[in-house]
Every structure is written in structure tokens, then in C-alpha cells.
Ligand binder design. Structure first.
Ligand SMILES: [Ca+2]
Length: 178
């Protein structure tokens, strides 16, 4: 290895370490849909309003990160993938959910839902969280409102399409901020 190559390697390593130190731990497992079993992303479940039929698929079309993207499509009231991972709700803590959404048709969103054990208390849904049709990845950032749900035991992350829609989702991340 010549001196130039060595310098480049050391610099790359230093930058990599700095980036790692800046990154907070992702509290959401499999937020990039890379782990799949029998065609279904690990730690996610699918649901639709009133059993409306919808297509849920892992695709490899221009992922934002890694190889896999979750695609949901249908003509529905809503169709959602819900993370099964319970994020403990600490009222002193705020959580930030970020993720990428691409919407070939209709509307799609990502959100937090608040639960007291198995009881759904509500969700955080602001206008900026609903992405309109377009072919580019759109980055969404959602801040939790744990203070509005003081009895909540945990939060879940939901991604969904609304109406006659197709939505792609990738690179979801949850971090805690005290
Ligand atoms: Ca991915």
C-alpha cells in the first residue's frame, strides 16, 4: 500500500467513526425491511380497514437503503403495515420517527400509534406526514407526542396507504430524545 492509499484509508475510517458517534441507536428493528421470512418482513404485520383486499410485497425497485422496499397497493379505506416492536412510552422522552416514502399513486403516510397495553389511545398525524403522489423518495420526520398520552405504555410505528393508492416505504428509524 502506498502512502496515498494509506492516508485515504485512515481518513475514511476516521469519518466512519465520527458518523457512527453521531448516529443514535435505531429503536425500530427491521425498519429497512431487509429481514424477510416467507415473503413477509420480520417484526411487521399487515392490516386493512374492514378486511379490504390489498397487496403487500417486498420489492427491490430502487431502494432508499439496502435491497428491500415494502410496497403496499390497493383501493382501500386504508391498508397498513404495523411494527410489532413495542417502543416503551416514557413521558419524559420524545421519540423521532424518520423514514422514506414514495407514492406512485394516491396518498401514503408514516406515524406513531399510542397504546395502553392492548388499548389504542390515539396517533400522531400531522399534514406533513401524508405524502402525495410522486415518483421521488420523500423523507418524513415525525415527533412523538408522548405528553398527550400520559397513560401510554408503548408506541408502535405504522406505515399506510389511504384510498386508491400505492406506497413504497424504506429506511424507517426511531430515536429517543430526552
Ligand atoms: Ca431497505
Amino acid at each position: 500500500m502506498n502512502r496515498y492509499a494509506m492516508t485515504v484509508t485512515v481518513t475514511s475510517l476516521a469519518l466512519g467513526l465520527a458518523a457512527a458517534a453521531d448516529q443514535k441507536e435505531n429503536l425500530l428493528p427491521n425498519g429497512g425491511f431487509e429481514q424477510v421470512q416467507a415473503g413477509v418482513p420480520v417484526a411487521w404485520i399487515y392490516a386493512t380497514e374492514g378486511g379490504d383486499p390489498a397487496e403487500f410485497r417486498i420489492i427491490q425497485q430502487e431502494p432508499k437503503d439496502g435491497r428491500n422496499v415494502l410496497r403496499i397497493a390497493g383501493n382501500v379505506t386504508w391498508a397498513a403495515a404495523i411494527s410489532t416492536h413495542r417502543i416503551p412510552a416514557d413521558p419524559q422522552q420524545r421519540y423521532t420517527l424518520t423514514g422514506y416514502v414514495r407514492v406512485p399513486r394516491g396518498q401514503a403516510l408514516i406515524k406513531f400509534d399510542y397504546f395502553k397495553d392492548d388499548q389504542h389511545l390515539g396517533h400522531t398525524l400531522q399534514p406533513g406526514q401524508i405524502v402525495q403522489a410522486g415518483n421521488e423518495w420523500t423523507r418524513i420526520s415525525v415527533r412523538s407526542e408522548t405528553e398527550l398520552h400520559p397513560t401510554a405504555t408503548h408506541l408502535l410505528v405504522t406505515v399506510a396507504i389511504l384510498g386508491n393508492a400505492e406506497g413504497h416505504f424504506d429506511a424507517l428509524n426511531v430515536t429517543a430524545v430526552r
